[in-house]
Design a protein around this ligand. Structure first.
Ligand SMILES: Cc1ncc(COP(=O)(O)O)c(C=O)c1O
Length: 292
């Protein structure tokens, strides 16, 4: 199936925009709009679709190539890739961290295999070096880096930028930063000031990416005050915040990305960071597992 047809039939693109209210910002005369990319599709939700779309285009132009990527045994990214490949008729290969695993190790792996993804399990050390297993080294494939950071991934943000430029004239856009693909990609296509909330200790790496792509610091402000630490799952403050947020706004968020981003947003609002009269867009980049 052609990718545009698939998008039209199965995905909610353009994704909806929803305003949320709280005295914290209404009293400052500030509007907060949430761009609900999490509602694009239950499996290919959030920035997963934005990151994958250009790769699917490429693969459809060269059908003799498979789409290959890496991930852990519960990778949302590989799960999305396997599903999309199945739906649009492309061959996919998933290299999984952990040689001790197999397709029956969890229901996600089993489902990915059912969708036709060729799953290859490699040792943690080979995974660390992103080694391509010998058994497929002769095959033709397009490699999607883990996390999707690449020129192709950045380009995938153009359609999201078009939706934002068309629908809203915001003063700020706030998004979570992992590899930076989403935030940096967007900064190439919108003039709205972007605030990137870092979720990992990788500020230097993101600065390098900005340099590589000639992205000026005035286009995107990076904030590393809300990383907590690697073990965000143990953070009561963050966990409580996510639960309260969902109760208040009826929008699910998770601890790693959108939880930190909205936590940062609330904190910046408490510190009166934004000028009165501003309109902000908070990008919901998805990340909610079907089981959550
Ligand atoms: C749900 C979610 N939000 C945000 C991000 C961070 O996006 P990026 O890696 O493009 O910076 C990710 C990373 O994959 C993610 O899964």
């Amino acid at each position: 199936m052609d990718i545009e047809k698939f998008q039209n039939l199965h995905l909610q693109v353009p994704s909806p925009i929803e305003e949320i209210f709280d005295p914290l910002w209404t009293e400052q005369n500030i509007r907060i709009l949430v761009k609900r990319d999490d509602l694009i599709h239950p499996i290919i939700s959030g920035n997963k679709w934005r990151k994958l779309k250009e790769y699917i285009h490429l693969a459809q132009e060269t059908p003799e190539y498979s789409l290959l990527s890496f991930g852990g045994a519960y990778s949302n990214h590989l799960y999305s890739l396997a599903y999309t490949g199945y739906m649009v008729g492309l061959h996919t290969i998933g290299i999984i961290r952990g040689e001790e695993l197999n397709i029956t190790s969890n229901p996600y792996l089993h489902q990915m295999s059912q969708w036709g993804m060729n799953l290859i399990f490699i040792s943690r050390s080979s995974y660390k070096n992103k080694e391509i297993p010998k058994e497929i080294s002769h095959q033709k494939y397009i490699l999607i880096p883990e996390g999707g950071y690449s020129d192709v991934g950045l380009k995938g943000m153009k359609t999201l930028a078009d939706e934002l430029n068309y629908d809203i004239h915001a003063d700020y856009l706030i998004t979570a930063i992992g590899t930076g693909t989403t935030g940096l990609g967007l900064s190439q296509y919108i003039s709205t000031k972007i605030i990137g909330i870092l979720t990992l200790n990788n500020l230097d790496e993101i600065h390098e990416h900005m340099h590589e792509h000639s992205i000026k610091p005035e286009n995107i402000e990076l904030n590393s005050a809300y990383i907590f630490d690697k073990y965000a799952k143990n953070h009561e403050i963050l966990t409580d915040f996510c639960i309260e947020f969902e109760q208040k706004h009826q929008i699910k968020i998770e601890l790693i990305y959108t939880g930190r981003m909205f936590y940062g947003l609330y904190d910046l609002l408490k510190k009166k960071y934004f000028e009165s009269g501003s309109t902000l867009v908070a990008l919901h980049t998805g990340g909610i597992k079907l089981t959550d």
